[in-house]
Design a protein around this ligand. Sequence first.
Ligand code: IMP
Length: 182
Amino acid sequence: MSTATVPELERVLFTEEQIDQRIREVAAEISRDYQGKVVKLVGVLKGSIFFLTALARHIEVPVKIDFLGISSFSNKSGSPGLVRIAKDLDEGIEGEDIVLVEDIVDTGLTLRYLLQTLASRAPNSIAVCTFLDRNSRRIVQVPVNYRCFEIPDRFVVGFGLDYNQLYRNLGYVAVMKVEKGG
Ligand code: IMP
């Protein structure tokens, strides 16, 4: 689907070619850093699945994959960023080298919760790999070990990222028009 056929989209931010190239570079970094180890990629559903599968194909050390699903909610006073695990990992992670794979790190609240939860399960190590990073909106400081792209403060869709569950299947990343999400 080109942006011309999706009127809600303003412009393409990263093309399929740019995404593919950058994922290969990040996969090479991970392959170097995890030489001699088995890496377990933990994907956060659903946004990270396109990124995780593309990344995994280019990593050159043994890879395991697991997923967890989260849901975000607000409490009575309306504070954002409350997160709970809606679908847990299939297997334990004790003693394993974990790379938590995210679609985007925005405020950092989701990632902070996930890191705390996973750390309590005694993995050997945990690193964070995110497809997109919107550092300008960070509320809490969280470690990001690998990132494909830093993005401006606009709502984006594609390559796993959605607006009302739509547009995840776009091969590129695009900025939504302002009257929609962005
Ligand atoms: P955080 O807890 O604020 O860092 O939010 C991270 C989550 O918000 C991501 O995993 C996405 O699901 C969602 N999100 C944040 N920004 C965008 C965006 O621009 N497009 C689509 N989803 C987004």
